[in-house]
Design a binder for this molecule. Structure first.
Ligand SMILES: Nc1nc2c(c(=O)[nH]1)N[C@H]1C(S)=C(S)[C@@H](COP(=O)(O)O)O[C@H]1N2
Ligand SMILES: [Mo]
Length: 556
């Protein structure tokens, strides 16, 4: 009887942890139980110090950008999900290797106890973390905790069982004295047994993993989305506003250069950034917006209260993430609908010493906005619709705030509570080292050098160049384009959808064959030039001009 090696322990760990993860996934999709790898990943993200988190995010963003893995926010979420699952997988492998080592070195009387202990060592903290952090599981928390513990204990017991199977300790496998005199043969038989066991375990592992993950994917989140809409009395089948309405600037004189991004970003294509591997799922019926702190009336408003008791405001909004790099895709423009926060606060009644509002969200995110900002700006709005429909889960259902001129990090989604306080406090990302004000910086981007769409005007050929420029609610007064080291040429500006949306610009460039560098810069509404100095996203948002090189061949 040779004892199974530590390496074999690692292999068994892999073979038993993969199906465990698949079963967690299936249970999360079928029964709304927590998918623990995501919970642990999110918990680590919230617990680690800001610089480490920023470094990690930056590394993910750099890899995605360098490998051109596609639209940044979905690629980043996919990377996070992969890392979360890989994290639990590796933990399972290491735990199994340690268990095999312990079983080899120490003599345990009990067959299953050591495995159960390993299951508990991993399972108990995971259950506690999941219970503390989870916002996407719909199952009862007690059921969830019990489920996680049982699953990890079963996994631990299976590790122990596999060890003893490999050791060949089953009573009937006990070598008879006669056989023992032929050790060579016995070892050979044992090795075949072991290999067979591993092969069978591998087959079962693969089958459970594939079937579990496959079924889980089949019963995927499409269902949840519809349920959310139905729950809230919303009409899941209703068409978005943009399907039946023209944009307010539909008749603007300047047309976007071919290849310019869509001026209005469909909800499904709007970037998503938040601290959750899976967006929190909020039950619209049970949800209340609660006011607390220095208020006269600690109101609890339903979504219908907000919809029916306050005049809806519709605004075209460009939202950007402070982590958006120059020419990055963490920016989008939508039509937001909601209730004026200033109006709602009149009903809440603020006490004299209130100076700020602390807004907290279902995922534990929080930010603080000054009453000065809220009271001086009627556009600050509690938002419940995007594009004429309920906010989708990932974008903050049932309620998010809109605060013009500030980066997204200042604007919580999934709001649950607004507390009036008497002094400024740091919000979630500010505590992690990001800018306390987070005012949107002026930016301009070249989306297209439309070499395939030349304009012939008289003797000259013009190549349309175009893109966007944005400076929060400060507007854009001028955009200029430079080709190589040439003069800065003024572009045409398309009338924007609103005072706070991006402006589409266009410059029809007199074509010159060859390889060229195109650069763009913008001026804010009051002629403040866009910052030329290059700065990364942290802590206050990226600055610097956007350039791109393009080879332009002869146009006939
Ligand atoms: N509750 C909550 N709200 C949040 C966040 C978050 O992590 N949790 N992220 C913020 C950040 S950093 C940005 S850029 C915007 C993104 O909004 P979007 O995902 O709808 O584009 O949400 C903001 N609101
Ligand atoms: Mo952000």
């Amino acid at each position: 009887m040779t004892k199974p090696s530590i390496l074999r322990g690692a292999l068994v760990g892999a073979l038993l942890t993969a199906p465990l993860i698949a079963i967690f996934f299936l249970a999360s999709q079928l029964a709304g139980l927590p998918f623990v790898p995501f919970d642990v990943f999110d918990w680590i993200g919230r617990t680690l110090p800001g610089p480490i988190i920023t470094f990690g995010i930056d590394a993910i963003v750099s890899v995605i950008t360098a490998l051109q893995l596609g639209e940044l926010s979905s690629a980043a979420k996919a990377a996070e999900q992969f890392l979360a699952v890989a994290g639990l997988f590796v933990t399972g492998i290491v735990a199994a290797a340690v268990l095999f080592w312990a079983l080899r070195e120490l003599e345990f009387k009990s067959r299953y106890l050591p495995g159960l202990i390993v299951g508990a060592i991993v399972g108990v903290p995971v259950a506690i973390i999941s219970n503390a952090i989870n916002q996407s599981a719909s199952a009862d928390p007690n059921v969830s905790v019990t489920w996680i513990l049982i699953a990890f204990l079963a996994w631990g017991a299976a590790l122990s069982w596999a060890y003893h199977e490999l050791k060949g300790e089953a009573p009937q496998a006990e070598p008879a004295p006669a056989e023992a005199s032929q050790p060579q043969q016995l070892v050979a038989v044992q090795q075949i047994d072991r290999r067979q066991f591993i092969v069978r375990l591998g087959g079962a592992s693969a089958a459970i993993t594939v079937v579990g993950a496959g079924l889980g994917a089949l019963f995927g989140p499409q269902e949840t989305q519809t349920e959310v809409a139905l729950d809230t009395g919303g009409d899941a089948a209703a068409a978005p506003w943009s399907a039946n309405n023209a944009l307010p600037n539909a008749n603007a004189a300047v047309q976007p250069a071919p290849g310019t991004r869509p001026e209005f970003t469909p909800v499904e294509r709007h970037y998503r950034i938040d601290i959750n591997t899976m967006p929190p799922v909020v039950d619209g019926d049970e949800w209340r917006l609660r006011f607390s702190g220095l208020v006269d009336n600690a109101l609890e408003l339903t979504l219908d209260d907000l919809r029916n008791n306050y005049e809806p405001i519709h605004q075209f909004v460009t939202l950007a993430c402070i982590s958006n790099r120059i020419a990055g895709d963490l920016i989008g423009t939508q039509r937001w609908t909601g209730a004026s926060l200033k109006r709602v606060l009149e009903d809440v009644g603020l006490q004299a010493d209130a100076t700020h509002l602390k807004i907290t969200a279902a995922d534990g995110f929080d930010e603080v906005v000054s009453l000065e900002t809220v009271n001086n700006d009627d556009r600050v709005m509690l938002t419940y619709d995007w594009d004429g429909l309920l906010l989708t889960g990932p974008h903050g259902f049932p309620l998010r705030i809109y605060i013009p001129n500030y980066y997204g990090m200042k604007q919580p989604k999934w709001i649950t509570n607004i507390e009036a306080i008497s002094q400024w406090e740091e919000g979630y990302w500010v505590r992690r080292g990001w800018d306390r004000d987070a005012l949107m910086r002026a930016t301009s981007v070249i989306d297209t050098v439309a070499v395939d769409d030349p304009i012939l005007s008289g003797n000259t050929t013009l190549i349309p160049i175009g893109g966007i420029a944005h400076a929060g609610d400060r507007g854009i007064s001028k955009v200029e384009v430079q080709v190589d080291d040439g003069e800065w040429m003024e572009a045409m500006l398309r009338e924007p959808m609103s005072d706070t949306t991006w402006v589409i610009w266009r410059y029809d460039w007199p074509f010159q064959e060859g390889e060229h560098t195109f650069t763009v810069r913008a001026y804010e509404g009051d002629d403040t030039p866009q910052i030329e100095e290059v700065a990364g996203v942290r802590p206050s948002g990226a600055t610097g001009y956007h350039s791109l090189r393009e080879t332009v061949e002869a146009v006939s």
